[in-house]
Design a protein around this ligand. Structure first.
Ligand SMILES: [Zn+2]
Length: 79
């Protein structure tokens, strides 16, 4: 009987220990791993931040679209 109680105590202790460890572990990530960050650039005309691969290169910098590039180059003809 004494042995049975001892086994039961050990079992309960291990169960509590396992529950405690699980509580302190960080939750598993459910989303896909993040991709590498893309460099952000700023439109010279309006200041909009956009990914580098979507930016439109122009005189003196990058722009968010063709209209802003044209407007900037019209306003700054010399640069
Ligand atoms: Zn813009």
């Amino acid at each position: 009987m004494k042995l049975l109680l001892l086994l039961l105590a050990v079992f309960v202790l291990l169960w509590l220990l396992r529950a405690s460890v699980r509580r302190h572990l960080p939750p598993r990530a459910k989303t896909a791993p993040p991709t590498a960050p893309r460099p952000m650039l700023t439109c010279l005309h309006c200041g909009l931040h956009l990914p580098g691969d979507e930016a439109l290169p122009g005189r003196g910098g990058v722009f968010c679209d063709e209209a802003h590039r044209a407007a900037f180059e019209k306003a700054h003809p010399g640069s």
